[in-house]
Design a protein around this ligand. Structure first.
Ligand code: GLU
Length: 427
């Protein structure tokens, strides 16, 4: 098996869980093959007059439990096998966290930072046109993912509504508030991760106060996660994005300042302590230093959080991880070989399909509010999110106990059982 091919990994994970559950072979065949894969060509004229053709994808993995649901990713490495795996993981995630959706995912092979806003809008609207007959509020509901955001979702709503001739905010989630978005959607994935981690630590009888955390990824998920963790008493000692980051063993105190600095300079690595935000704030030189994006995973901390892309924990660095807990906020960050090594080393991996499911939970709330013409308060959204994350975390832990499995295997068992039985909770 090619260990870094996420689709191959997804299939193997499925096979293992299916064996343990004695899954009906027909169900296994249904889940081993996505319902539909779509690849579209997207030719656009750039601002300088040049014509460029991009590739777009939407994979509808499975809709046994409800409409296909999952994000759209804009990244230069997006390819069909990646999107297939991500769509499959959404089927599993939506079942673990118990929202009434199947799984889907999409994306465009593009580095959005190389496009102007006008080009990005044109590309997004062309993509919407090309997939307009397979998406819809009761068919397939995209959302933000890596490098996509509420503004992009807003363009999709506008284009889709124009095509179908009716205002259709529920065709995507993660929209801007004034286009039918939900309070709390932006914070949802990060905050959901905190609720999950707190519930896990409670199960383990560990007091979170002062636990040190290193986070790889400082996008929407990583930045909110860092802030909410700090509020709960964790010490965020390292942050990194794709170009590097900062490590301050005493803890990065002012996360808002780091965020402002990153926005200003475009680089997290430029925001390290010496001569920068920390000593400006603290008026003294701290023991901080720059680190690479990869080394953040190997720091001597209590908890490591991959919150960016897949395949970052491999057989090469798994033996070097010093943390006792890995909270997977990215999708698919750990290869199968690495998973085995981590299990052997008794490092607790809180799997992606549970840990990062807060985003799709609030997507569900957003979709539900759109369909029922409601606007819930942020407090209501957060407390319902907490309830869902705690319930799912408890169930995954007790399933792992029962079957003497890892948390990832347990999450798959929970999900597959629900998919087979088609059961779900109401909002
Ligand atoms: N892209 C997010 C995920 O991977 C959110 C998906 C959604 O809200 O539909 O879970």
């Amino acid at each position: 098996m090619n260990s870094t091919n996420p689709w191959q990994r997804a299939l193997l994970q499925l096979k293992t869980a299916a064996k343990q559950l004695k899954l009906d072979p027909l169900r296994l065949a249904q889940l081993s093959n996505p319902d539909r894969v779509i690849e579209v060509s997207l030719p656009i004229k750039l601002d300088n007059g040049e014509i460029k053709v991009f590739q777009g994808y939407r994979v509808q993995h499975n809709n046994i439990r409800g409409p296909y649901k999952g994000g759209l990713r804009y990244h230069q490495n997006v390819n069909m096998d990646e999107v297939k795996a991500l769509a499959y993981w959404m089927t599993i995630k939506n079942a673990v966290i118990d929202v009434p959706f199947g799984g889907g995912k999409g994306g465009i092979t593009v580095d959005p930072k190389t496009l102007s806003e006008k080009e990005l809008e044109g590309l997004t609207k062309l993509f919407t046109q090309k997939i307009s007959d397979i998406i819809g509020p009761d068919k397939d509901i995209p959302a933000p993912d890596v490098n996509t955001n509420p503004k992009i979702m807003g363009w999709i709503v506008d284009e889709y509504s124009q095509i179908v001739g009716v205002d259709s905010p529920a065709v995507v989630t993660g929209k801007p508030l004034d286009k039918g978005g939900s309070e709390g959607r932006a914070e949802a994935a990060g905050l959901g991760g905190v609720f999950c981690l707190l519930a896990a630590l409670k199960k383990l009888g560990i007091n979170p106060q002062g636990m040190t955390v290193a986070i790889q990824g400082f996008g929407n998920v990583g930045s909110f996660l860092a802030k909410f963790l700090q509020k709960e008493g964790f010490s965020i000692v390292a942050l990194a994005d794709s170009k590097g980051g900062i490590y301050i063993p005493d803890g990065i105190k002012d996360l808002d300042e780091v965020e402002r600095c990153k926005k200003q300079t475009g680089l997290l690595a430029g925001c390290y302590c010496i001569g920068s935000v920390c000593d400006l704030k603290n008026k003294k030189k701290l023991d901080g230093k720059n680190i690479s994006s990869e080394s953040v995973l190997e720091l001597p901390v209590d908890i490591v959080v991959p919150a960016a892309l897949e395949n970052v924990i491999t057989y090469k660095n798994a033996p070097k991880i010093k943390a006792g807990i890995i909270l997977e906020m990215a999708n698919g960050p750990t290869t199968m070989e690495a998973d085995k090594i981590l299990n052997r080393r008794k490092i607790l991996v809180i799997p992606d399909v549970l840990a990062n499911s807060g985003g799709v939970v609030v997507s569900f709330f957003e979709w539900y509010q759109n369909l029922h013409d409601k606007a819930w308060s942020k407090d209501k959204v957060f407390s319902k999110l907490k309830e869902k994350m705690e319930k799912a975390t408890d169930l995954v832990f007790s399933t792992a106990d029962k079957y003497k499995n890892s948390l990832r295997e347990a999450a798959y068992l929970v999900a597959l059982e629900r998919i087979v039985n088609k059961s779900y909770e109401k909002a």
